[in-house]
Design a protein around this ligand. Structure first.
Ligand code: SAH
Length: 211
């Protein structure tokens, strides 16, 4: 990374800390991960701004604050294996892969999946399994997962994902349509509890056919 990028990355980490992210491992990984490689080159100068950016196919990479917040929430129960729904650019996948043992990630748009896979390989991240499929269904033969992170907004909590949580596992998921809330769904034995974390704005978790 050039000196300018290192400075921008350090400034972003400071900004995220001010916004309430206090897990230092998360701040460290956000400042080391080259977000500019996950977006259009023409927008590279905005990579370390705290702003959401387009990634093609009408999809969006969330602002770094929300990526950091969701990652911090995911790490709360020290997960070893994490399922991510919505690979998109692969940026959130890259952050997770540096913090947990194994990441399984599902995407329904083939072109995004292909590009994400290349970028993550190029970053030397090899603890990631990719699935081209419908995230509403999760990845049952790789379950149970200690944590599930959904990076698109579901109109309701997908039942099949709840079933793929390990005992003590948790799912972080934006829920809603026009008004969305980030929610934490926790499984303890057969007990499922849910809490609202904060309002968010995500692209929808799409139903039906793959693209
Ligand atoms: N985590 C991504 C965010 C991408 S935006 C990143 O860091 O870039 C949300 C992604 O969810 C999009 O790529 C979209 O295609 C995908 N998505 C939406 N509905 C889906 C579904 N039903 N199954 C799998 N992926 C889905």
């Amino acid at each position: 990374m050039s000196q300018a990028v290192i400075t921008a990355a350090a400034n972003l980490a400071r900004k995220l800390a001010e916004l309430g992210i206090n897990n230092n491992k998360v701040l460290d990984v956000v400042s080391k991960t080259p977000r500019q490689h996950f977006i259009d080159m023409a927008l590279a100068h905005k990579a370390f701004e705290n702003t959401a950016l387009p990634i093609g196919s009408g999809q969006t990479l969330s602002q770094p604050y929300i990526v950091a917040k969701m990652t911090e929430l995911v790490l709360a129960n020290s997960p070893k294996n994490v399922l991510e729904i919505g690979t998109g650019s692969g940026y959130q996948t890259a952050i997770l892969a540096q913090l947990v043992d194994q990441v399984c990630t599902v995407e329904r748009i083939k072109s995004l999946q292909v590009q994400a896979r290349q970028k993550l390989k190029w970053l030397d991240l090899h603890n990631i399994s990719f699935k081209y499929g419908d995230g509403w269904k999760g990845w049952s033969n790789r379950s149970p997962f200690d944590a599930i992170l959904v990076t698109a907004a579901a109109r309701s909590v997908p039942e099949s994902l709840v079933h793929q949580l390990a005992d003590g596992g948790q799912m972080i998921i934006p829920v809603g349509e026009d008004i969305q809330q980030l929610m934490r769904i926790t499984r303890r034995g057969d007990q499922i509890s849910s809490e609202i974390i904060e309002p968010v704005k995500f692209v929808p978790l799409v139903d039906g056919d793959l693209e």
